[in-house]
Design a protein around this ligand. Structure first.
Ligand SMILES: [Cu+2]
Length: 466
């Protein structure tokens, strides 16, 4: 793993940690597990457990899983809440808040029945807490500042301890300075594997969390008071073309766990497959209650995990279906100039602004091929070069790359799909077929038709009364 390690306290022998009761709520001079950290937005390989029950670990898009240590009965983790620098995509970095060097924080993975002890050190300039979204636990471990615990002051470490009662897909995020801390990127996913590894088994298990940011062009810190008008729509604080592809082997059973902590829902669509939603942040969906989909809407504050058999080799688009969410920074006051002859107007404006260039007369796709003079640290509105040209998207978009003959757990990008001969849509060069004339319309006034049809120039009955 490309994860550097740093120690906050010199590691005393594990035996220095005494019983849970003596540690709860306050950290003594006992040893705290090291807090691994990374400054890389690169996907780390899945972290297979070195001890305890076996499971197929998840892969976090542009992220990683937090290593832990076993201490007696307890699995110990150490999260550090802190300011971080996140590359949103090549060409744009953001000053966010997150955990252990990145936003989102590392994924926490454990097993149903595990006892987990999670140390949280606050290196933010203000207090925080961590809430374990959807995890069944004692009320006092639920992480709601003021309600279930005092806030964690800057510079202090708190410890959370609970037993994992059920397997599933969950999240963690602060319940402190509610609007600011999540708008700054503080969140992560929490995956609890079944104790029986054969249950809900898949070959590849991806996870990511959806969020949104509002950056003034050229700036590095998102606005925190925006309610709806975000301009950077991210998966794990990344936008296309910076989001990792989902690399899968033909025939694999694939699960994708999608969490949403943005301010709106996202209908997520996978091309080329039918899937079933098998898990939410409330647990596993009984098999008899599952239905097929190719798009699943993920509401705010929830998780939807779907499963599909990757039986079709190819490059399959995987994206949010809200069209603004597959764009990078854009103003939302853009006028529609489609069909407007701008030549005369452009000549007039050029007398004042010599470089003026009319845009949008034939749509906006011109913009994808053009590098405008952008402010620093600002991405183009649409990007991503595919094997056939520009893809004209940004934001919440990536590609599921299904290939034959990959090794298990090989997530390296295999490049673009090589289509079999004759299986790519292509230009038709023969004569165009004659347009077919529609059949004569049926009589406009038949039995059962109670309204007169008003012809152009004729006034309707309603108007006559005025
Ligand atoms: Cu969306």
């Amino acid at each position: 793993m490309q994860v550097s390690r740093r120690r906050f306290l010199s590691a005393a022998p594990a035996a220095a940690l005494i019983g849970a009761a003596a540690v709860s709520g306050r950290v003594q001079a006992a040893s705290i597990p090291e807090a691994p950290t990374t400054d890389s937005p690169a996907m780390q390989p899945p972290l297979f457990p070195k001890s305890g029950p076996e499971y197929q670990p998840v892969v976090t898009l542009n992220g990683w899983t937090l290593p832990w240590r076993q201490n007696g009965d307890w699995k110990e983790f150490h999260l550090v809440a802190e300011p971080v620098v996140r590359e949103i995509a090549p060409g744009m970095k953001a000053n966010l808040w997150g955990y252990n060097g990145q936003s989102p924080g590392p994924t926490i993975e454990a097993v149903e029945g595990d006892k987990v002890r999670i140390f949280v050190t606050n290196k933010l300039p203000e207090h925080t807490t961590v809430h374990w979204h959807g995890v069944l636990l004692p009320s006092g471990m639920d992480g709601v500042g003021g309600l279930t615990q005092p806030h964690i002051p800057p510079g202090k470490t708190f410890v959370y301890e609970f037993e994992l009662k059920s397997s599933g897909s969950h999240m963690y995020h602060p319940h402190a300075d509610e609007m600011v801390q999540m708008a700054m990127g503080m969140m992560g996913t929490f995956v609890i594997h079944p104790r029986d590894a054969a249950k809900h088994r898949v070959d590849r298990d991806f996870v990511f969390i959806m969020n949104g940011f509002d950056f003034n062009p050229g700036t590095f810190v998102p606005k925190v008071s925006t309610m709806l008008d975000f301009n950077i729509w991210t998966w794990n604080s990344r936008v296309f073309p910076g989001i990792d592809p989902l690399v899968v082997r033909k025939g694999d059973r694939v699960r994708v766990r999608i969490a949403n902590l943005s301010m709106t829902s996202h209908p997520i669509h996978l091309h080329g497959h039918h899937f079933h939603v098998t898990c939410t942040d409330g647990g596993w969906v009984p098999e008899t209650a599952r239905w097929p989909e190719s798009t699943i809407d993920v509401p705010v504050g929830s998780i939807r995990a779907f499963e599909a058999v990757a039986d079709a080799p190819g490059d399959w688009a995987f994206h949010c279906h809200k069209t603004h969410h597959v764009m990078n920074p854009m103003g939302h006051n853009t006028k529609n100039f489609i069909g407007v002859q701008q030549r005369d107007l452009a000549n007039a404006i050029r007398r004042l602004v010599p470089d003026y260039m009319p845009m949008g007369e034939r749509g906006m796709s011109d913009m994808s091929a053009m590098e405008h003079d952008k402010p620093q640290n600002t991405l183009p509105m649409m990007g991503g070069q595919g094997p056939f040209g520009p893809m004209e998207m940004g934001g919440m978009f990536t590609v599921m790359k299904t290939r034959e003959g990959l090794q298990p757990n090989d997530y390296n990008d295999p490049g673009w799909y090589q289509h079999p001969a004759g299986q790519v849509a292509h230009q038709h060069d023969g004569p165009s077929p004659e347009p077919v004339k529609p059949a004569a319309p049926p009589s406009q006034k038949g039995p059962g038709m109670e309204m007169d049809v008003i012809k152009p120039g004729q006034r309707g009955n309603q108007q006559r009364h005025h």
